[in-house]
Design a protein around this ligand. Structure first.
Ligand SMILES: O=C(O)CCC(=O)C(=O)O
Length: 271
């Protein structure tokens, strides 16, 4: 066990470096998760903009327009950092920041341009998310970004939990292993052999999945009767800024200042 609850143990860091992800059970208190869930449900009911609808995702099987069946099912409540102090305070909490410094270095920025949302998965309609690496859609000097995925309820295969390929953040994948939309192709034998190693990220309320931006992941649809919610933020080292003029640089990053009285030695997340 780590002596400090806001830090990874050395075996958790090893796990992240080997697999490209690590799950910390019960990192967020149940009461905090409950407040986030209630807020999310209130924002969804209106809905409070900005939101991303199923039709906007262009995922395989997504409705072709907002007017099509399921087209206006909300898939993401966007801009959660600016949406409410409840989300902002979580994103900037030492529970995340201490660990992110261990993975990425002493100075951390939150990207407002990526994830920065509450992922919602509607039981009435949700499309599956194809296999991809987040970094293929993002533009930074180095590919070392980490996302923190907080489950606000149980996540299992039947409600569309994440599927992950351990160690895939270390693979050198070629451009032709992806289609024109940068989705990892499932029609190639060599890709299928990689995907055969997939594992589901089964999470319960308050669990946090930390995962590398190069990790191959996908997710199924929600086949249960309850909406699934997860709060997701993405972080990078301050000396690894987004490339100017790209979508990654379209919103200002938020600095997570280290507490002045603590020095945390960093070990790079580079695969
Ligand atoms: O559909 C999901 O839950 C996964 C979303 C995802 O992988 C992403 O936004 O990068």
């Amino acid at each position: 066990m780590p002596s400090d609850h806001s830090l990874f143990s050395s075996s958790e860091i090893e796990q992240f470096q080997r697999d490209g992800f690590v799950v910390i059970r019960g990192l967020a208190a149940p009461s905090l998760c409950e407040r986030m869930k209630s807020l999310t449900e209130r924002h969804l009911a209106i809905p409070v903009e900005p939101v991303e609808y199923e039709a906007d995702t262009h995922y395989t099987g997504a409705p072709p327009s907002r007017e099509a069946p399921g087209g206006r099912a909300v898939r993401r409540l966007l801009q959660s950092f600016a949406r409410d102090p409840l989300f902002r305070d979580w994103a900037m909490s030492e529970l995340l920041a201490g660990r992110l410094r261990q993975l990425l270095g002493p100075r951390i920025d939150l990207s407002q341009a990526h994830h920065n949302c509450v992922m919602t998965k509607d039981p009435a309609f949700s499309s599956a998310t194809d296999w991809h690496q987040d970094i293929r859609y993002w533009s930074f000097q180095r590919p070392d970004l980490v996302s923190a995925w907080l489950a606000l309820g149980p996540e299992r295969i039947d409600n569309g939990c994440l599927l992950l390929v351990p160690g895939s953040h270390r693979l050198e994948l070629r451009r032709d292993q992806y289609d024109e939309a940068l989705v990892f192709r499932t029609d190639l034998d060599e890709n299928r052999a990689i995907l055969a190693r997939q594992v589901p990220a089964a999470l319960d309320t308050g669990d946090v999945l930390f995962f590398h931006a190069r990790l191959l992941h996908a997710a199924g649809s929600n086949r249960t009767r309850l909406t699934k919610f997860a709060v997701v933020f993405t972080f990078h080292a301050s000396d690894n800024p987004p490339l100017p003029g790209t979508r990654s640089a379209s919103l200002p990053d938020i600095s997570l200042e280290p507490p002045p009285d603590r020095f945390t030695s960093a070990s790079a997340a580079s695969p």
